[in-house]
Design a protein around this ligand. Structure first.
Ligand code: NAD
Length: 434
């Protein structure tokens, strides 16, 4: 059984730790945030992910999963060390690799025998080479080690499911020595015939960015189609269904929305564009994707503004802040741009999200008020706005909503309602592209 340390216990590190423990390895999750580790040691999750709590408890109970802030000891203890720290957007859109390189330095200073270093964080081409250089430069005893690029493709909100049932596992290396260990730690997937793609470090690094940029492009594309549908009076729902039936295109990721957000698409598109420029290879499609998505968030705000003409003093209830349902993550959520624009225009905002309220309070503090549920949030408002497609917003009691609201405008920016059913209750219905 391998001893695996995961450095960085966020969405990816924690999911990876729990998943690999569940596959049979002995796992130690490490982080610099003591509050996070304390919480985990008490059996509580620092994030919301469906199905994660049960799996956490099971693996802790059978002794395969532990948590610590002692990163140095964790490095010494492990055979395999995963790097799963954040790579946020840095200067000029480039990935900020400070945390990754700090971990590499720490590994170099504490390595005490042969180890495999696996990068899970999303990092630009060449980063794994640099990690290798930093470890060697900081390692006084020149122990041997191998570097593996093993990018993660999980979706927040389905992180556990995706880790246990991935579409593929990518393993990038510059020599064959660590491959057997990688096969062993992912053995249940290997036995289940999940495709494993073995490649070099650079290709593995670029696969992750290509996947995210392609998906971001698909979202931006259907949102552009929604805008043109609005303009000419066509229906984007029917359009998406018909276009998606083409097997070459596929129906996934063809859902109009207030614009993509979250902790990955915005920063990864920016990072690949910045990397392309630096490499002397500008990436026009991805640049256009970023611009289109920015425009779309603004367009959604304009739709609200257009309806009221003057937003000063207009009361708006916002349902949904997370960048998508089933997560409490509001990093780069479209809600941030839209709410901030509404506030700038003098609107009075009350917000509600089933999971993201704590994080919302850190952003908006007392510039908005916070509802206790969907009905409390829309009480007395002139207009209500759905921004996240949480299940509990899909089946609202429209009669009750109508009687609680002061006005009658129903903005559905996830197109989850049938316009005629909403209008039948006396609302003015405004969706996207329909
Ligand atoms: P996160 O911010 O949720 O977690 C990162 C963790 O690393 C934090 O808990 C932080 O305290 C810790 N950390 C920072 N510096 C550290 C250090 N020096 N030593 C130990 N711990 C340290 O980030 P995330 O969403 O889990 O993303 C991690 C990486 O995975 C990023 O590169 C991201 O692009 C990539 N990724 C994310 C997702 C996703 O959906 N969130 C999916 C695939 C890939």
């Amino acid at each position: 059984m391998y001893k695996i340390s995961i450095v960085g216990t966020g969405y990816v590190g924690l999911t990876t730790g729990i998943g690999l423990a569940n596959f049979g390895s002995n796992v130690l999750c490490l982080d610099v945030e003591p509050a996070k580790i304390d919480k985990l040691n008490q059996g509580n999750l620092p994030i919301y992910e469906p199905g994660m709590e049960e799996l956490l408890r099971e693996n802790v109970k059978c002794g395969r999963l532990n948590f610590s802030t002692n990163i140095e000891n964790g490095i010494k203890w492990a055979d395999i060390i995963f790097i799963a720290v954040g790579t946020p957007q840095g200067e000029n859109g480039e990935a900020d690799l400070e945390a990754v390189y700090t971990v590499a330095k720490n590994i170099g200073g504490n390595i005490n025998g042969y180890k495999i270093i696996v990068t899970k964080s999303t990092v630009p081409v060449g980063t794994n080479e640099e990690i290798k250089r930093i470890i060697s430069a900081n390692c006084p005893n020149s122990y041997e080690f191998d570097i593996v690029s093993n990018p993660e493709f999980l979706r927040e909100g389905r992180a556990v499911y995706d880790f246990l049932h991935p579409d593929r596992v990518v393993v990038g290396t510059d020599n064959s020595r660590p491959i057997e260990a990688m096969r062993k730690i992912y053995r249940p997937l290997y036995l289940n015939e999940v495709p494993f793609i073995f490649t070099d470090l650079k290709t593995a690094e670029l696969i992750k960015y290509s996947s995210n940029c392609f998906l971001a492009m698909k979202v931006a594309f259907i949102n552009e189609m929604a805008r043109i549908c609005d303009k000419v009076g066509a229906n984007v729902q029917v359009l998406a269904e018909a276009v998606g039936k083409d097997g070459r295109i596929g129906s996934k990721f063809l859902h109009p929305s207030p614009g993509y957000g979250g902790s990955c698409f915005p920063k990864d598109t920016e990072a690949l564009v910045a990397f392309g420029k630096r490499a002397g290879m500008p990436l026009a499609i991805i640049e256009a994707t970023i611009e289109s998505n920015k425009k779309h968030k603004q367009y959604i705000f304009e739709k609200i503004k257009e309806h009221f003409d003057n937003l000063k003093g207009i009361k708006i209830g916002i349902l949904g802040l997370a960048f998508k349902s089933e997560t409490d993550d509001i990093r780069d959520s479209a809600a941030i741009v839209i709410i901030n624009e509404l506030l700038k225009s003098g609107a009075v905002i009350k917000v509600y999200d089933p999971r993201a309220m704590e994080k919302a309070k850190l952003i908006w503090k007392d510039s908005v008020t916070y509802g206790s549920d969907e009905y409390d949030t829309i009480t007395g408002v002139d207009g209500m706005v759905i921004l996240t497609e949480w299940n509990q917003f899909r089946n609202l009691n429209l009669e009750k909503i109508k009687s609680f609201m002061k006005g009658n405008v129903f903005f559905d920016f996830r197109n989850i309602y049938k316009p005629d059913e909403v209008e039948a209750q006396g609302f003015v219905y405004i969706g996207i592209g329909r």
